[in-house]
Write a protein that binds this ligand. Structure first.
Ligand code: 5GP
Length: 115
């Protein structure tokens, strides 16, 4: 997999507002937030998109990403009010950075359907 800007954030080569970090997961504030709370949750492993996620070889990693989302939502007082998790995949999915990431959006009422 080709490195992306997120590899540089993982390696602390460029700054990011990090809100959560473990051996396998990193989460940081989106540089162009679409909601009062907009956090990106990523695996440190370089996986380009959810379509290519190898659940056989990395059975725990998706659980770690979900666990991160739950903890961050609690930390940002979103657990009761609600929030949205989004994974964009590929061109039609609106993915711009080819390193798997979950958007955690909260702090306002989300609309449906998304654009
Ligand atoms: P995608 O469209 O790929 O699902 O989402 C990529 C997200 O990464 C966008 O919301 C964009 O604002 C965010 N982003 C892109 N470059 C950077 C960066 O250098 N730092 C941070 N914190 N977020 C970034």
């Amino acid at each position: 997999m080709a490195d992306t800007i997120f590899t540089k954030i993982i390696n602390k080569e460029i700054p990011a507002s990090i809100v959560y970090e473990t051996d396998t997961v990193l989460a940081f504030k989106d540089i162009n937030p679409k909601a009062p709370v907009h956090i990106l949750i990523i695996p440190k492993l370089n996986i380009d998109r959810i379509q290519n996620f190898d659940t056989i070889n990395h059975p725990d990693l998706l659980a770690h990403l979900v666990e991160a989302a739950q903890k961050i939502a609690t930390d940002f007082n979103l657990a009761e009010s609600g929030y949205r998790l989004v994974i964009n995949n590929g061109d039609n999915g609106g993915q711009e950075v080819n390193h798997l990431h979950i958007h955690l959006l909260g702090g306002r009422k989300m609309t449906w359907p998304p654009g």
